[in-house]
Design a protein around this ligand. Structure first.
Ligand SMILES: Cc1ncc(COP(=O)(O)O)c(C=O)c1O
Length: 502
């Protein structure tokens, strides 16, 4: 005779009378969960409806309705004259739950109990991530947000709406991307960045992030050596790390990536990834001499260079230096670009440009390895670029960035000159300011957040500790008035931290 669940069942059911959920629904959910998680074992008999109703102080009809529902869902089986039983079909599921619980209880390896069933590689990579900055709705000094305040939203919405109706929505679109958008990007790169490339060399991705993930698969084998900037972009680091290469952090100075230091660390690299037009986060340009030295090093090692040109269009007053892509005669440079900085990050559209000799190999695998970006958005963006709205928006944004850059420098000079030395920049909308005194970066970032000011610790960009300390400040979407007020708040933060230290 099957055992009745009576006592243990009754003691674990708790019904609340002061909630919106009916007693019937509460009882149903609790019994269902007990069956699914193995608290009520298969073949166990449930108490008679009258007994359960009396014990719980509810009507018998309520219990009968719940038993009927569980029976119709095949969680219970009703046997005439004997009562209701947990269905046998759950035996296997309940056994595996019990085994898992046992395994977890006896598992003394803290790594595994912290991350059950995850790959070792994933666990190791997740440990490399910087401490997340506390969540904030504030965008003041966000390094990620461009001048969304001058983005022509109404115009953009009209174009998107039109392409949502026009685009052929009935099939899968090619992962390589819309021809119209690839043509528009190739023309833009020619006009704005002096790059000679054909639209067939352009591949559309969901932002630079996805371009790096794909390029990791294309170019790397596990254990290959990769030169990365230190401090440097986490976008490249996260994407390339997916293949488990050996990362070689290379120092960066006021001329950018230090090629000599890289060669001294390891000459047989497979990929180098750099931000030549605006070093992330130092903000400096990679000098022409270093560009040539890097290409020479890649030629000698038969290696690839990935050039992250994430905001190269946003240079202020100078003429930009030629891209590595343009300088490399041997065609070993792949350029990654994004619309996250020139338009807005939620668009999730970026691209990479490959040398012509790689195109056939990439085209063979692209539909299998890269998910396509939604076609209507690609077509809308193609029109936006083709009709000149993109170039107009870049011109307008640049004017704002120059004004905001000057405002932030003056305000730092006025209020923070005892604490910060900003490193001058000539592109984009973010700058690095180094500490003049030994503050803790995370402490500064947390204290600033109390004033709704978002600053990024320099350490968040480092894959290997550096001696300098500082914070990155973005001024893409922060007006001059907000900049002045936020810098005053930062000065309070430094004063308070200093007082605490004394
Ligand atoms: C160095 C760098 N590259 C690229 C990107 C853009 O990435 P995505 O296009 O995936 O938004 C960013 C964004 O913050 C960045 O900092």
């Amino acid at each position: 005779m099957a055992k009745s669940s009576g006592g243990s069942l009754l003691s674990s059911i708790v019904l609340q009378r002061d909630t919106k959920q009916s007693l019937q629904y509460q009882l149903y959910c609790q019994l269902r969960d007990m069956i699914l998680n193995g608290q009520l074992m298969t073949s166990e008999r449930l108490p008679a409806s009258r007994v359960l109703a009396t014990e719980l102080g509810i009507s018998r009809t309520t219990v009968i309705n719940v038993y009927d529902r569980l029976t119709s869902e095949e969680l219970l089986v009703s046997k005439t004259g004997s009562g209701s039983f947990v269905n046998d079909v759950f035996a296997q599921q309940q056994r595996s739950i019990a085994t898992n619980l046992e395994d977890q209880a006896t598992n003394t390896d803290p790594k595994n109990s912290e991350h059950p069933l995850l790959s070792k590689s994933f666990i190791r990579k997740s440990k490399l991530q910087p401490k997340p900055i506390q969540h904030s709705t504030s965008q003041t000094f966000s390094t990620a947000m461009p001048a969304i305040d001058v983005f022509p939203l109404a115009l953009w919405s009209r174009i998107v709406a039109r392409h949502s109706r026009l685009t052929n929505l009935t099939g899968y679109n090619s992962s390589k991307g819309s021809k119209a958008l690839r043509q528009a990007i190739a023309s833009h790169l020619h006009a704005d960045r002096g790059m000679q490339c054909n639209y067939q060399q352009v591949y559309i991705t969901s932002g630079a992030h996805q371009a790096f993930s794909f390029l990791a698969q294309l170019l790397l084998d596990p254990g290959d050596k990769v030169w990365i900037e230190n401090p440097g972009s986490r976008v490249a680091l996260n994407g390339l790390s997916q293949i488990d290469p050996e990362l070689v952090p290379v120092p960066v100075d006021d001329q950018g990536f230090d090629v000599k230091a890289a060669l001294a660390l390891c000459a047989d690299f497979k990929v180098a990834t750099v931000t030549p037009s605006h070093q992330q986060p130092r903000g400096v340009l990679l000098s022409l001499a270093r560009r040539l030295a890097l290409i020479e090093a890649a030629d000698s090692a038969n290696a690839w260079i990935i050039e992250d040109d994430y905001d190269g269009e946003l240079f202020y007053n100078h003429e930009p230096l030629p891209t590595l892509f343009s300088l490399s005669n041997s065609q070993r440079v792949i350029t990654v670009g994004t619309f996250s900085k020139t338009l807005f990050p939620a668009l999730r559209i970026g691209y990479f440009v490959a040398p012509m000799h790689l195109v056939a190999s990439i085209d063979k695998v692209i539909n299998s390895f890269l998910p396509a970006v939604p076609l209507p958005m690609q077509e809308a963006l193609a029109e936006f670029i083709r009709d000149g709205h993109f170039a107009t928006h870049i011109r307008r944004s640049k004017k704002l960035y120059i004004a905001r850059y000057q405002a932030i420098l003056s305000s730092i000079e006025l209020h923070l000159s005892d604490y910060l030395t900003p490193i001058p920049t000539t592109t984009g909308f973010q700058l690095l300011a180094l500490f003049k005194q030994p503050f803790d970066e995370q402490e500064v970032a947390s204290a600033a957040l109390q004033y709704n000011v978002l600053v990024r610790p320099l350490g968040n960009y480092c894959s290997k500790a550096v001696t300098e300390r500082g914070i990155a400040l973005g001024y893409g979407c922060t007006s001059v008035v907000e900049i002045n007020s936020a810098i005053e708040k930062l000065s309070l933060v430094f004063k308070q931290l200093l007082a605490k230290q004394q």
